[in-house]
Design a protein. Structure first.
Length: 756
């Protein structure tokens, strides 16, 4: 027979391993699960032993050429449903569908199948038909539709396999049994299990105890199905073979008996006494309470005497929190990291977290990560090695020795030149930035043509080195050598460790590419600007999340946003929106085409405790949003479009070609006396004189260039645009003082415009 074992997202490899362990020789990975050929004994064993699969079904028939609901009915009518159900039995139907042009509603397909089953049974049993029972049916059928292929199944396992039957009590946040098992399977603790026993396991945030109960079942070699072996659907199916089932059951009981003699030490802690009581009850129901020690403990305030062993494994699912800005949840994760570092040297740790940024507060570097969906939330399972004090000292000594060797090695001639330039820049810039309270600034921008890169210093802790792509005429090996020379010079000049210098290559991005991640890393750091906090990412994205050259503009927005309605177009990560909210804006609206950046913007707002009904975000094309929005007028608008972008859903955008229509659309939403701050980074940009005739325009570009960008005064263009309504504008060029350079004189030549 052919079977299909379902698997949650990212768990297919574990389920495939379980299928092989059950005795199947050939498997095939499919969307959402594993298909395999097996006899009844193998299928019984899989149902009894699977810890991660959620359902096992046996395939009945497959039709590769169904193109309408009528054909679905006719094909379903040919299946001998009387082999599985009769008028005395009840049945139910579940369905799944991937892509199907001829069936818009999978529920309608279920109705057609139900009709076919009822009609076939009625035809063979003197007009009698079975009843549908959605709660406790004798047989459950499943139908899967993929384009024109339909496959019909009988539910072999019955109730979802993750429902072992021991969870009689639960807490507010519940981790499902199969997910707990997958976490344990991914952890290093699983590898410690032998015939003699298993490594010491601690879950300091055990909640209802699902993780520790699943661990105890695993450590004692207890098949999860033994908790309630009477719950399986195959016991009611006509193909059931009791003798074969008894053989598999007896085999499992023998393994359990041997496994319960192992040396097992599992600790379950929680700060909530009610959670501990729930966990105890569930462990008793599962028959594993003898292997678990329960205690009401606060993990974040424990002492060295509380540590269960010199070495062991922490596997846990701490609270995620509702908002990243919640200071209590951030403090919790900081304390988790502090406790692990201080008391658990020599331990291995696995932490499941639904807010991946929270893991950055643990202050440990994961050696690997896994993705797991928990209740629809994409979670990160991070695995750490907590080094002992001796190991830390040894690693630190090795790192220091490598660093010492690098710093003592003579620099090449080119690297020495770069070092000298960087030292000179730092000597000039650092006092200025400290005086202005700036902690993130540019220290080098292709000052020497042969070392073409931008170097930004963040919080005096990190370096973002963005190499400008070398032209094709440059030898790739020479380019790589120069990049390494620049990195070495940067480390020596700044004192920032080599490992904290993040290198990326900048190239012109078009269309959707401008929103693509550079890699799969999830490393977020928090930096400060104008007393506000922002998430930056040095690995995963082309830009870090904050455009440093617009720092003076953001300061002015903060200083002039009080009691305004603020609009941020092409909002990116919402840094300007945060400044407006901090300045006392009545409301903010942020618009961008990227869901990724809008989510980032939301986290930046929450990080500064700005959330609520008066802050709105829209995923939309800016031009379309401006044309169709009925949100009213705004007192302050910040519009910082890309130089060029393209999308399959709309025409391309070119800043020089399209800026007139963009500005006009913005001005349609600007109140009398309001200000549009219009900015862009196109070095050859020329503001069309039509706009200067229609509106009052001030070029404040020179006043928005910080001291760290003074070497490149064309880094961006910034204009203040007002209606010619006689009202005193909210912002003028006089608003820009404090951290800009001296104004540069801009001369715009007049031209004659004729109309036909």
């Amino acid at each position: 027979m052919f079977f299909y074992a379902t698997a949650s997202a990212h768990q297919g490899d574990i389920v495939e391993d379980e299928v092989m362990q059950a005795g199947a020789a050939h498997t095939r990975s499919m969307g959402g699960g594993i298909e395999f050929e097996a006899d009844l004994e193998t299928a019984y064993r899989f149902c009894l032993w699977s810890r991660v699969s959620t359902r096992l079904m046996v395939a009945l028939y497959k039709d590769d050429d169904i193109q309408s609901s009528d054909e679905l009915y006719e094909s379903s009518l040919q299946i001998p449903w009387e082999d599985w159900v009769n008028p005395e039995k009840t049945f139910s139907i579940t369905e799944s569908m991937t892509t199907c042009s001829w069936l818009k509603n999978s529920h309608f397909g279920t109705l057609r199948l139900k009709d076919a089953i009822a009609d076939r049974i009625r035809e063979r049993f003197d007009d009698q038909r079975p009843s549908v029972d959605l709660e406790n049916p004798d047989v459950t059928f499943h139908m899967h539709i993929d384009v024109n292929t339909v496959t019909w199944y009988v539910d072999f396992s019955g109730k979802s396999l993750h429902k072992r039957g021991y969870r009689t009590q639960q807490t507010e946040a519940v981790l499902r049994e199969h997910l707990a098992s997958s976490i344990l399977w991914r952890s290093e603790w699983r590898r410690s299990i032998t015939d003699a026993g298993a490594g010491v396991l601690l879950d300091p945030f055990c909640g209802a105890g699902t993780l520790v109960v699943e661990a105890a079942l695993m450590a004692t070699d207890t098949a999860p199905g033994l908790v309630d072996p009477s719950r399986f659907a195959f016991l009611k199916l006509p193909l059931h073979q009791p003798q074969t089932w008894e053989k598999v059951l007896s085999e499992a009981l023998s393994r359990q008996k041997a496994g319960r003699s192992r040396s097992i030490e599992i600790h379950a802690w929680d700060i909530d006494p009610q959670a501990i009581e729930a966990a105890k009850g569930n462990a008793q129901a599962a028959g594993v309470s003898d292997f678990i020690t329960f205690a009401v403990k606060d993990f974040t305030s424990m002492s060295v005497e509380d540590v269960p062993a010199a070495h062991g494994y922490v596997v846990t699912d701490p609270p995620y929190g509702v908002r990243l800005a919640d200071p209590e949840i951030i403090t919790l994760y900081r304390k988790i990291g502090g406790t692990l570092n201080a008391l658990f040297g020599g331990w291995r740790v696995s932490i499941l977290c639904g807010e991946q940024e929270l893991l950055s507060y643990v202050d440990l570097k994961p050696e690997r990560t896994n993705s797991i969906y928990n209740g629809g939330i994409l979670c990160q399972l991070a695995h750490y090695v907590v080094f002992s004090e001796e190991e830390r000292k040894e690693l630190a000594a090795r790192a220091e020795q490598r660093r010492k060797e690098r710093l003592e090695a003579p620099l090449s001639e080119g690297s020495q030149m770069a070092f000298n330039r960087l030292k000179k820049n730092l000597a000039t810039l650092t006092p200025l930035m400290m005086k202005q309270g700036v902690s993130c600034y540019r220290i080098y921008d292709a000052d020497m043509p042969e070392y073409s890169a931008a170097i930004d210093l963040y919080e005096n802790r990190y370096i973002s080195l963005q190499e400008y792509a070398a032209p094709d005429s440059i030898d790739p090996e020479a380019a790589e050598r120069r990049l390494e020379e620049l990195v070495l010079a940067t480390e020596r000049a700044t004192g920032i460790p080599y490992e904290k210098i993040f290198v990326k290559r900048r190239e012109r991005q078009k269309g959707l590419a401008q929103y693509e991640k550079m890699d799969d890393a999830k490393n977020f750091y928090v930096v400060t600007e104008h007393s506000l906090r922002f998430l930056v990412n040095f690995n995963s994205y082309l830009d870090t999340g904050i455009f440093l050259d617009h720092r003076p503009v953001r300061r002015v927005i903060k200083e002039n946003a009080k009691d305004t309605r603020f609009l941020n177009l092409f909002c990116y990560t919402g840094t300007a929106t945060v400044h407006a909210a901090a300045g006392g804006a009545l409301s903010t609206v942020s618009v961008d085409t990227s869901a990724t950046y809008l989510d980032w913007a939301a986290k930046n707002m929450e990080l500064n405790a700005f959330y609520g009904m008066n802050h709105f975000r829209y995923k939309d094309d800016v031009m379309e949003w401006l044309r169709n929005s009925n949100t009213g007028e705004f007192d302050l608008i910040f519009c910082d479009p890309p130089t060029y972008s393209n999308s399959k859903d709309r025409r391309s955008f070119d800043i020089q070609r399209d800026h007139i229509s963009l500005v006009d659309a913005c001005m349609n939403h600007l109140t009398p006396g309001g200000t549009l701050i219009f900015s862009n980074n196109f070095r050859k940009f020329k503001l069309d004189e039509i706009l200067m005739e229609d509106y009052d325009v001030e070029d404040v570009s020179s006043k928005t260039i910080g001291d760290d960008f003074a070497r490149d005064p064309r880094i961006h263009n910034t204009f203040l645009i007002h209606h010619k309504d006689g009202k005193k504008p909210r912002l003028t060029s006089a608003s820009f003082t404090g951290d800009g350079t001296k104004p540069r004189k801009i001369v715009i030549k007049k031209k004659i415009i004729t109309t036909g």
